[in-house]
Design a binder for this molecule. Structure first.
Ligand code: NDP
Length: 300
């Protein structure tokens, strides 16, 4: 039996996982209503009733700024519930697939972070996500933790879609240029997850339990990313007031937010690529696909 319990099925990554995991086994699809990570008793009852071979947790408290003033809920969803899922997975002998973030790092240094680099989160979201990772490791369950960055999808709220909205309204945008990372598509995250789980089904020995960085290739600042999105959207015929040239670079301190962000958000993905023989395309590839999906048909 290859039952897969999917939590957070309506998020950016969860939605894509519904598609990508469907051919791999019986998929038990849980949104917040069926699998609420704030209600640990019902979460336990759900897992014990379904007894899945694999738990895939795409649910998380992802409101990075709100978490600064809502620490308890962020901790419950990102750490306490994950701790419970890991304990249950260990009891059942199930695998736990979980997602974490570049925000576990402090953003220092000038090279991409590796899985074994020291963590030092700058904000509450990062601290609670790191606590979730640690709980999984301590539980002893077999697991795959995929740390990713700057997630976007056609469905859901994200930076690229915010840029399209702002560019339709305003003449000029000012976007942070001193934070570097790789925008990573929920589609790519889901497809990589499915590839690894297919390998797990075919040859369990070929899947080492552990932590893997999973991000698109290349790197860009938020400013460069915004320019790319706006240039591509204009090329696809979307009417916008802002042009790519009128997206101006600013420094992080000029746009203060409640939660501090790491300057260097780059993740070294060599371990994932070499362990599973996977290629991670450059970030532009999936951003273009999303823009065609969002805009292409509208202007055709
Ligand atoms: P989204 O915010 O798009 O989705 C999160 C999902 O979690 C939503 O469907 C939400 O439900 C659900 N959720 C929140 N609280 C609960 C709860 N108490 N019980 C059940 N479900 C809940 O996030 P992403 O898909 O972008 O993120 C997927 C993973 O990737 C997460 O682990 C995240 O930490 C990680 N990540 C995300 C990044 C990003 O830029 N978004 C960057 C790096 C890592 P509802 O739809 O009802 O609100």
């Amino acid at each position: 039996m290859n039952d897969i319990l999917l939590l957070g099925a309506n998020g950016q990554v969860g939605w894509e996982l519904q598609r990508a995991l469907a051919p791999l086994g019986r998929l038990i699809i849980c949104d917040r209503q069926r699998g609420n990570l704030e209600d640990l008793d019902s979460l336990r009852a759900l897992v014990q009733a379904e007894r899945p071979a694999i738990i895939v947790n795409a649910a998380a408290y992802t409101a990075v700024d709100k978490a600064e003033s809502d620490h308890e809920r962020a901790q419950r969803v990102n750490a306490d519930a994950v701790d419970l899922l890991a304990t249950l997975a260990a009891d059942l002998g199930a695998w736990l697939v979980h997602y974490s973030t570049d925000y576990v790092f402090d953003g220092s240094g000038s090279r991409p972070f590796r899985e074994d680099d020291p963590t030092a989160p700058l904000n509450t979201y990062g601290r609670t996500k790191l606590a979730g990772e640690q709980a999984i490791r301590e539980s002893g369950c077999r697991h795959l933790i995929f740390r990713t960055s700057w997630v976007y999808a056609a469905r859901g709220a994200n930076f690229a879609k915010t840029m399209l909205r702002l560019a339709a309204d305003r003449e000029e945008l000012r976007i942070v240029a001193d934070q570097i990372g790789a925008p990573t598509s929920a589609e790519l995250i889901a497809d990589v997850t499915a590839q690894v789980l297919a390998r797990l089904r075919d040859d369990p020995q070929a899947v080492p339990s552990g932590l893997y960085h999973l991000a698109a290739g290349g790197e860009v600042s938020w400013h460069g990313y915004a320019r790319f999105v706006i240039a591509e959207a204009a090329r696809l015929g979307l009417p916008l007031r802002t042009t790519a040239e009128r997206v101006l670079p600013i420094m992080t301190h000029e746009y203060p937010l409640p939660a501090p962000r790491p300057a260097n958000s780059r993740l070294d993905t060599n371990k994932l690529g070499s362990t599973f023989a996977l290629t991670l395309p450059d970030w532009q590839f999936h951003v273009r696909r999303m823009l065609v999906e969002l805009i292409g048909e509208k202007v055709a």
